[in-house]
Ligand binder design. Structure first.
Ligand code: AMP
Ligand code: MG
Length: 321
């Protein structure tokens, strides 16, 4: 655990938005007001910035972050919106609706922001400050609620500033969040009925009045092993806690003790750097001829716990897709 560091500045108005946009472009984190709750925003295209969001929140596993976008047009650059998604977006955006749709292969979101899924959660927030920040940034912002994992979601700038230290560049004060509860999440996926993944600020009745009956799939089990097939699982087998690679294995190293030639998640043993590299390096290792990816041990400190959780899922027996 990092020692408690100084609280970030709380700023208001256009200068705050401009400074926040600069910070985001440089890979920094910003407390962002939205009409649901305050978000911990990072450039969704940067796996480094997203890794730092997970580290700041202290989450034990990587769950997918909502990508906030400025408009339906920007949503369509990041995700594939079918007729139903467009209908819902037209009715409820900007506003507290998140749509989970297939990721657009030409989009800019990092795989870490999606926790390796080939779907993406998209929302166009209505809050004028969030809108201004998204316009200034010009791309998607990954922003989970700005609370440490397991704590209440923040509805005031002071809540955010108190909960975090100087891992945040600043918090923009946009007044108290109106809704105070999170967005409703609806999945609009090919060949599946519309499904509510999380109840939230927009009621089922309102959604169904626009798009018809929806099934219910609460409980956030998207990371459960039963749905592993929706995650990126390598074609190669995985061997964890390996000291070295044997015969037909390729080594995914960690730390200074890894052989110099091996791919290394973080030569300095930094779990934030390792998280930022995880999906890309797994994919690269998987693209070669090796039958097995041997992964060196990763300590369960910092983001190590989430990395190990992800690796254990990738190594688990495949449930024949
Ligand atoms: P929060 O940002 O803290 O309000 O929580 C984000 C939640 O959005 C996650 O825990 C997921 O339940 C959901 N979510 C975001 N992206 C996806 C996705 N691609 N597939 C399914 N659920 C998602
Ligand atoms: Mg949350």
């Amino acid at each position: 655990m990092v020692a408690m560091s100084k609280a970030p500045p709380i700023l208001k108005g256009d200068p705050a938005v401009a400074r926040a946009a600069d910070a985001l472009a440089a890979g920094g984190l910003v407390g962002m007001p939205t009409e649901t709750v305050y978000g911990l925003a990072a450039d969704a295209a940067s796996s480094d910035a997203v890794a730092r969001v997970f580290a700041a929140k202290g989450r034990p596993s990587f769950n997918p972050l909502i990508a906030h976008v400025a408009s339906m047009a920007m949503a369509a650059e990041e995700g594939v919106l079918d007729e139903r998604a467009i209908k819902l977006g037209t009715a409820f955006w900007p506003g507290p609706l998140t749509l989970v749709v297939p990721v657009n292969p030409n989009g800019s979101s990092s795989e870490l922001a999606r926790a390796g899924l080939d779907t993406i959660g998209l929302r166009v927030p209505a809050h004028p400050v969030a809108q201004a920040l998204l316009q200034a940034h010009g791309g998607p912002l990954a922003a989970p609620s700005a609370n440490p994992s397991g704590r209440l979601s923040p509805t005031r700038a002071e809540d955010v500033a108190q909960a975090f230290g100087d891992e945040l560049c600043l918090v923009i004060d946009g007044g108290p969040s109106e809704a105070g509860i999170e967005s409703t999440i609806v999945a609009a996926l090919p060949d599946q009925p519309l499904s509510i993944l999380r109840p939230g600020a927009i009621s089922r009745e309102k959604l169904e009045a626009i798009a018809g009956p929806m099934s219910k799939h609460y409980g956030g089990e998207i990371n459960a092993p039963g749905q592993l097939s929706s995650h990126y699982a390598p074609n190669a087998a995985m061997r964890l806690n390996a000291r070295e690679a044997h015969g037909d294995e390729v080594l995914l190293g960690f730390g200074p003790d890894a052989p110099a030639g091996a791919r290394n998640l973080s030569r300095t043993g930094d779990t934030i750097e390792a998280a930022a590299n995880l999906y890309r390096m797994l994919r690269e290792a998987d693209a070669g001829v090796a039958a097995t990816i041997a992964v060196m041990p990763i300590p369960s400190t910092g983001l190590g716990e989430a990395i190990n959780d992800r690796l254990a899922r990738a190594a688990a027996p495949r449930n024949g897709e």
